[in-house]
Design a protein around this ligand. Structure first.
Ligand code: 13P
Ligand code: SF4
Length: 346
């Protein structure tokens, strides 16, 4: 932890990159992980932003690779007694809240999310207390302590539909923590939304001028954008959507070239569904700017093969997710509402 990022007036430790493994080490850890998964009756629940080799291993071993909503659903429904969550901490916490009887392991408990870090639960409590008349909707990218204060949890794949539903009931809303997603949802629905001012350090880095130039270089390309990106980027998009929606769009669009503004970990799945297409990452540098995350979440990158093997071998305090019972009960209610609402949309 030797580098720091200054974000929204907060200083967060920037994680160290995992060690680069050679082929022999990779195959050693892959084999070890397969043995340990069987031993612990465990499956890997991985996010689309993890490295391709982690996604491949999750698929090969009967786990899942998904967006944050589907990860929650898969983990809750799968009969395994242990879930190895390859993602960031809020995803592990969500799994524990939904399945308290299961052992939830993570390669490292230091895999954070800038949205979660940028919304401390005490500050959020004060914010909500100033607006008691508002319905509190929080993004899944928050701690259990923030979820416990919410009426609803939501992911980007159902955010517009949920806010539209609440707006049709005349509800005024507090939205946290992502300001870009909150702004996007407000524009799509016209709802009365009071927004916490957090942002994702990965999506916040996409650069509008460089992107406009790139579009001139690739005039036939479609632009796919995750709504955690700044408004100027979203406004240029042909498709705006959650990770799973962007993968579906990549497959169904007629364009042979696709420019993608989200974490480049998504390319593994996108290329699987449209192997003949050319995928280009939207620029995160240029015009004198350099990037820090360069379109790959530094916390997602902590989910390396070695760390997964360690998690399954050592288990215990360095890897196991625990959520306080009272907090769990409070956070479960808005999470279940999210899952029930998403089922109605299917
Ligand atoms: P999804 O809900 O689309 O998986 O996104 C989660 C996330 O962390 C995006 O940065
Ligand atoms: Fe959080 Fe952004 Fe990383 Fe997603 S990509 S986990 S929003 S920091």
């Amino acid at each position: 932890m030797n580098e720091f990022i200054d974000f929204n007036q907060s200083i967060y430790p920037f994680p160290t990159k995992p060690a680069v493994l050679d082929d022999a080490e990779k195959s050693f850890y892959r084999q070890q992980i397969k043995t340990l998964l069987k031993k612990h009756n465990a499956v890997i629940v991985a996010h689309y932003y993890t490295d391709p080799e982690i996604q491949a291993l999750a698929e090969e071993t009967g786990g899942c690779v998904a967006d944050s909503l589907e990860m929650a659903r898969f983990g809750a429904n799968h009969p395994a007694s242990t879930l190895l969550v390859a993602g960031v901490r809020f995803m592990g916490e969500t799994a524990k809240i939904l399945s308290p009887q299961k052992t939830i392991l993570m390669p490292t408990l230091e895999a954070e999310c800038s949205l979660d870090l940028g919304c401390p639960s005490d500050d959020f409590r004060q914010f909500c207390a100033q607006h008691p008349e508002r319905t509190v909707v929080v993004y899944a990218n928050t701690s259990a302590a923030v979820k416990a204060q919410a009426d609803w949890v939501v992911t980007s794949s159902i955010a517009v539909e949920l806010i539209d539903h609440l707006d049709s009931q005349g509800k005024k809303i507090i939205w946290a923590p992502d300001r870009h997603l909150g702004n996007y949802v407000q524009q799509q629905t016209g709802a009365d939304i009071l927004c916490w001012q957090g942002a994702c350090i990965v999506h916040d880095e996409f650069k509008i001028q460089s992107l406009a130039k790139m579009r001139m270089l690739y005039p036939a390309a479609a632009l796919l954008v995750h709504p955690e990106s700044p408004q100027a980027i979203v406004e240029l998009a042909d498709v705006v959507g959650s990770t799973s929606q962007l993968i579906k769009a990549a497959q169904s669009l007629p364009n042979q070239e696709l420019i993608v503004a989200t974490d480049k970990g998504i390319f593994y799945k996108m290329q699987q569904v449209c192997p003949e297409k050319t995928l280009l990452i939207a620029p995160t540098a240029g015009e004198g700017a350099s990037c820090r995350t360069c379109a790959h979440c530094p916390w997602m990158a902590m989910n390396g093969l070695q760390a997964i093997a360690q998690g399954l071998q050592e288990m215990g305090a360095k890897h196991e997710i625990h959520v306080d019972l009272e907090l769990r009960q409070q956070a479960l209610r808005p999470l279940m509402r999210m899952l029930d609402f998403s089922t109605l949309l299917k």
